[in-house]
Design a protein around this ligand. Sequence first.
Ligand SMILES: [Zn+2]
Length: 244
Amino acid sequence: MSLKSKFIYNLIIKAVNKMAKTTNHKPNKILVIAAHPDDEILGAGGTILKHVHDGNEVHVCIVTKSYSPEWSDEYRSTKIEEAKKINKLMRIAKRHYLGLPTQKLNTIASGEFNQKIRQVIETVEPDIVYTHFKHDINKDHTAVFEGVMTATRPIIDHIEVRCFETMSSTEWNYQPCNMFTPNLFVDIGKFIEKKLEAFAVYKSEVKEYPHPRSVEGVRNWAKKRGNEICKEYAEAFMIMRRFE
Ligand SMILES: [Zn+2]
């Protein structure tokens, strides 16, 4: 098949899939793109569980990887084992790794970085992508947001993008004009306990209460977001792009 024929064939397949999904009124492929392992649980753990419960296929992409000598071999192998446990616990379809250096994403050329994000999007072909909020205090998060927004430009595919909050990064934003302002709330009352169970698997990331990234701190944040919509627990998002 020539390149041109392949391009047209792909467009037809995408259009047919889109029609099928529109008929079902239900997105069925979800991709969570997070800078570091544990961000996906903090930001969207309950919503991931809800998507899986609703029959959706959820993929997680972790953009960075720790390296020596800053992180020990033991730490790095523990992270892989923890991720395997979480995949099983949350029934995540597949976890993708981009393997880029933690705390150094802003040193990578933007073209190269965007291309790596684009590759995982083309592999998964998601209906919805969840990712970081642009103005988090953690600069890896900002880089991931920028990469996702570029890689999901509405050219061939039209993918909804939602930003999540990451406790101890989003609320520590130091720019008062750029605070996280949610326009989507997901009731996670049925899923809060499993979200906390999954978070606790990332032992080295769990802090002592009253740190916002303690198990109790994460519960409190979900309760605060829930109370904003008169529910027990919720996760909050900002929709960046949606298509109808
Ligand atoms: Zn992070």
